[in-house]
Structures are given as C-alpha cells and as structure tokens.
Design a protein around this ligand. Structure first.
Ligand SMILES: *[C@@H]1O[C@H](CO)[C@@H](O)[C@H](O)[C@H]1NC(C)=O
Ligand SMILES: *[C@@H]1O[C@H](CO)[C@@H](O)[C@H](O)[C@H]1NC(C)=O
Ligand SMILES: *[C@@H]1O[C@H](CO)[C@@H](O)[C@H](O)[C@H]1NC(C)=O
Ligand SMILES: *[C@@H]1O[C@H](CO)[C@@H](O)[C@H](O)[C@H]1NC(C)=O
Ligand SMILES: *[C@@H]1O[C@H](CO)[C@@H](O)[C@H](O)[C@H]1NC(C)=O
Ligand SMILES: *[C@@H]1O[C@H](CO)[C@@H](O)[C@H](O)[C@H]1NC(C)=O
Length: 528
C-alpha cells in the first residue's frame, strides 16, 4: 500500500500533499490530533555530513537520497527525523511527502550548520530572523512537520548562558510568526548535555509568559554510556525527577553515547519503559549518517547504504520500545504552571528581559535617517576594528543604540540591525556629537556623509519609540496562545532599560559571529 502511495506521489511530481494526522502537544505530552493517542518520538537525527565547513547539505531537497534512506529508517521503527539545516528556497515537497507516506514526522532546526546564534558572540538580528521565518514558511504547511528548534546547544557552560537570552528572543519571535501565519507548529529548543546549567536553562526556557517560552524542551543527553550503566548510575533518574513537573513536553533531542563502543542501547528500555514513560516523550538517536565522530548507524554513498553494527543492535532494542501511554481524553495535566525565571548570579547569566524583535524596515528607516555612514567600499572584515574603536571611545556612548547585553538585559533598540547599519549608527552618533563638523565623518576614510531622509509616517513613530539615544524600544504586544498549559496572559513588552555602562563584546563584536558561526555551530552539533 505504501508503495502505491509513493508511486502516486511520484506521478504527480510533488504537486500532491501527502498528509499525516498532526501531532499536537497538550500539557507535557504529545498526541495524535484526531484520535488522541499519545505520541512517543522514536526519532533519528538525519543530516548528511558536509565536507565543507562553509556549506551544508539540505537533507530534504533530494528525493533520491530520501527514497534511498526511508526503508532503512522504517526498519528501525522511525516515526520522526530531526534535520539540522535546510535551505528555505529549495523544493521540499517530494522528500517531505515521501516521509509522510512512510508515517515519519519531522522536527526542523531553524538555524543551520552555517548560520546560528553564536554562544560566544550572540545576536538575534534581522538576517537570522529572515532565515528563521523563511524556514517556517517553507515547512509550516506540512502536516508531518511537528515543529521547530529555535536553537541547538547554544549555551553549554555557565559563562555562555547569556546567549540564552538571544535564543529565547528567537523562540518568542518564531512563535509569534507561526501564530500569525496560522501554522499550528511548536517551537522548542535543543539543549546541550551540560548538567551544570540544565535546571536553570530549562527554567529559563519555561518562564515568563507562554508567548515567550518553549512549546517543548529537547535535551541532548549522552549520559548513559556502555552496557553497565543503569537508570540510576546514568543520571536518567535525576532528569526524570527534575522534569516530572515540567509544563511542556520534554524529550531527548539527541541520545546515544558512544564513548563505549559498540553501543548496546540498553538505555532504550529505561526511556520507553516504566522508569520514564510517564515523563519522557521519547528521543532522537544520534545519528543516521556515519561521520568522523562515529555516531552513524549507516554509511551511505551514492545510491548505496550499508548498515553498521550499531544499526543492528539499535534495531533489536528499539523493537522493545512499546510504552503504554495514555489518551488525551483521559489525561489531565497537573503541572501547568510555568517555572520561575532563574536569578542572575554566578550560576546563571541570562536576564529575563529579552532582546528586541528584529525589524528590517525599522533598521532601514534608521539607516536612511543618518548623515554619516560607513563607506560601501569598506570591507566587512574591517568592521571589527571600527567597532572596537567605538566601544572604547568615551565610555562606549556612541554604541548605546546598537549594543546588547544578555546579562544586564540592556539592549539598544537597533542592536538587532545588520552590522553595517549598526556601524553607521555609531559613526553618525559620534558625528552628531561633534556638531556635524565634516571632519568628524571620516574615520581614516572609512565613512562619508550622505543626504539623510527624515523619518515620516511609520518610520517616524517606530523611531520615536527608540529615541535619539537609541536606547528605547518598540513596544510590542503579545497575546495569549492558549496552548493548554502555562499561564496565558496578555502583556505589553517592557521598554528596555536605558543602556548606561561599559562597552560590550570589545574585540569580539557581532559581525565576527557570522564568520565563526560555521565553526561554532558545527562544534555545537558535534561536541557533546
Ligand atoms: C491513532 O492514529 C495513529 C495515526 O494515524 C495510529 O497510528 C494509531 O494507531 C491510532 N490509535 C488508535 C487507538 O487507533
Ligand atoms: C537559495 O538561498 C541560498 C542562500 O540564501 C542562495 O545562495 C541561493 O542562491 C538560493 N538559490 C536560489 C535558487 O534562489
Ligand atoms: C568560558 O569559560 C571557559 C573555561 O571555563 C573558557 O575557555 C571560555 O573561553 C569562556 N568563554 C567565554 C565566552 O568567556
Ligand atoms: C499555506 O497554506 C495556506 C492555506 O492553504 C496558504 O494560504 C499559504 O499560501 C500556504 N503557505 C505557503 C508558504 O505555502
Ligand atoms: C533535580 O534533582 C536534583 C537531585 O535530586 C536536585 O538536587 C535538584 O534540586 C533538582 N532540580 C529541580 C529543578 O528539580
Ligand atoms: C553585561 O552586563 C553585566 C551585568 O550588568 C556586566 O557585569 C557585564 O560587564 C556586561 N558585559 C559587558 C561586556 O559589558
């Protein structure tokens, strides 16, 4: 039967949309929308490795590889794949429909191996926002897409927790976009396996309002290593206990420690059996394709796939994953409260106040209003030195409107603009402070004056709220999601506090993030 569906799909050349019953979240569990049977993720991480650090392979763009791999995924009872990087402008109908025909759902990372929020120099800006919303549009209508991850393993130590403020802003804005477009998909986060920050991070992603907290929490957990590990020795018991009162679904967004090889997968019984089935919504095994880090279940080249020994052992253990589960009509969520936001202290450095929503038209209004801007001929690799200069100058007062500090929760209203726009803002602020003397717009011939377009209409009101110092914020209004859990409230985003102190990210300013993003997000995926 499946074959004939597949053939029909191929005949229609992707114009027909295969459809599966959508998966919804309710309380801290997933359910099939129509019949209310509980849904446990039996997932596989599915991202073909790229040989280049500056590019990646979209795993849902080539029907020949999808068709090649589906039988191998089906044979290990896969009902969900996780993909880490897609290209929004590719055509995905054939692969996504082929997965639907095989009863396989998909969870998609909104970042990519080359473009993501960088833990050491985090930003949530117009270019990432564009990528995220493009991916949401490209996948929002498929019934077998469960949802999206707004970040993967961004914070992984205490001193990278400030980056979580930017991730949470990405969660907030992705959720708002999904809702505005009516896609009915969840937006979650996939956390690094870092027990020192796990509880605080989980609290942070589930605090504030339901509009800016995650719809599900994925945790990359590699704590069960080798055949002698147990539910208790692995620490699964602590995770089970800590998340038993979490208000949204929790699952392993990656699992499969390989520090002891071959893997024997006796953790699967704990995950899907009586130990954890009430709390844990399944997991995603890392990973389908063999890569240099040796987590693969298969090695695949061209049209051929060979099963590795971990595939065979996984196959026999996943066969035993038969949780009893419940049905939606018999399930009353008891743990509906959001958690309290963690206090900023030595163990947690992300403020509850989040960065502003990226707004490309506001940034354009701002740029058009400037008189002194960076010259087009300046190479973007020179921006770093220029930013360093402004962050160091006069206590950093010329970058007030463009700097962002996730720990103090102080964000310039234009800190979400492009690096070029931000740099121009700083140059112009200095220039104006010198009363517009033409010699003040030079910076070793890196800047020049231009005619300013004074802001009118929408530009004028948006920019007025940010103010000439650049330290105000657009007041945004979020409304209730009513997703069955948590406090549903309507609230007005607070105006961001006035930036007052020292420069941020000196010598490590935001544009660097793009260049090193590939390295860091690659590492984020592979370093466990
Ligand atoms: C509910 O629907 C799903 C997907 O169609 C199916 O796999 C499952 O067996 C159904 N549950 C029951 C109790 O029929
Ligand atoms: C798709 O997007 C990528 C990245 O933005 C770009 O490099 C590529 O040219 C685009 N392809 C098409 C066909 O538009
Ligand atoms: C965080 O701390 C580690 C060592 O504890 C250090 O290697 C790393 O550079 C620090 N990162 C930042 C962003 O300060
Ligand atoms: C999604 O489906 C809706 C309703 O059919 C349609 O209006 C919209 O254009 C679709 N969006 C995309 C990006 O295909
Ligand atoms: C998690 O479990 C540990 C060990 O029982 C406990 O110390 C800690 O307080 C728990 N954290 C949460 C958030 O429940
Ligand atoms: C960010 O704010 C925190 C808390 O106010 C402060 O300690 C830190 O120095 C600031 N970071 C930078 C780079 O200015």
């Amino acid at each position: 039967m499946k074959l004939s569906v597949l053939a029909a799909g191929a005949l229609l050349a992707g114009s027909a949309m295969a459809s599966l019953d959508p998966i919804i979240s309710y309380g801290s569990k997933f359910f099939y929308k129509t019949n209310g049977t509980q849904f446990y993720i039996r997932g596989v991480a599915y991202q073909e490795p790229s040989t280049s650090s500056s590019s990646f392979i979209d795993p849902l763009a080539d029907i020949s590889t999808c068709e090649r791999d589906i039988p191998y995924l089906t044979a290990i009872r896969t009902n969900t794949i996780r993909v880490y990087g897609v290209q929004a402008n590719n055509t995905h109908d054939d692969c996504v429909n082929a997965f639907a025909d095989a009863d396989i759902y998909i969870i998609i990372d909104l970042g990519s191996p080359t473009e993501a929020i960088n833990r050491d120099s985090p930003t949530w800006d117009t270019s990432l926002y564009q990528r995220y919303t493009d991916v949401i549009d490209a996948f929002g209508n498929y019934t077998n897409v469960i949802g999206f991850f707004a970040g993967n393993e961004v914070s992984n130590t205490v001193n990278t927790t400030a980056a979580s403020a930017f991730v949470k802003a990405a969660v907030r804005d992705s959720k708002a976009y999904v809702k505005e477009k009516g896609y009915e998909k969840g937006v979650g986060y996939a956390a690094a396996d870092a027990s020192s920050i796990r509880d605080n991070l989980a609290d942070y992603m589930n605090c504030g309002t339901s509009d800016d907290s995650v719809d599900f929490f994925g945790d990359n957990v590699y704590e069960w290593c080798g055949d002698s590990a147990t539910y208790t020795s692995s620490g699964y018991n602590i995770i089970n206990q800590n998340f038993s009162t979490y208000s949204v679904p929790y699952f392993f967004a990656e699992y499969g420690c390989n520090s002891v090889s071959p893997r024997t997968w006796n953790n699967i019984e704990a995950m899907y059996g009586s130990d954890m089935e009430d709390m844990l919504n399944g997991g995603i095994v890392y990973e389908y394709f063999q890569d240099t880090n040796s987590y693969g279940l298969v090695s695949a080249t061209g049209s051929s796939v060979s099963k590795l020994s971990d595939y065979t052992s996984f196959s026999s253990e996943i066969a035993k994953a038969t949780p009893t589960g419940t049905v939606k009509s018999k399930y009353t969520p008891t743990n509906t409260a959001l958690r309290s936001c963690p206090t900023v202290d030595a163990t947690w450095q992300a403020a509850s106040a989040l960065p502003p929503t990226p707004d490309a038209s506001l940034c354009e209004c701002m740029y058009n209003s400037l008189t002194c801007v960076v010259r087009d001929s300046v190479d973007t690799t020179d921006y770093g030195d220029l930013f360093d200069y402004f962050y160091g100058l006069d206590g950093g007062k010329y970058v007030d409107g463009v700097s962002a500090n996730g720990t103090s929760g102080v964000y310039g209203g234009y800190s979400m603009c492009s690096s070029k726009q931000q740099l121009a803002w700083a140059m112009n602020a200095y220039y104006e402070a010198q009363d517009g003397s033409s010699s003040a717009c030079d910076f070793s011939s890196k800047a020049s004056t231009k005619a300013a377009t004074s802001a009118t209409g929408t530009c004028s009101s948006l920019m007025a709220s940010i103010g000439t110092a650049g330290t105000g914020a657009v007041s945004y209004t979020v409304s209730a999601t009513g997703s069955g859990s948590g406090s549903s409230s309507s609230s007005s985003g607070a105006a961001f506090p006035v930036f007052s102190s020292t420069p941020i990210f000196v010598g490590n300013w935001q544009f660097g993030a793009y260049i090193v993003a590939a390295i860091f997000s690659g590492a984020a995926m592979l370093v466990l």
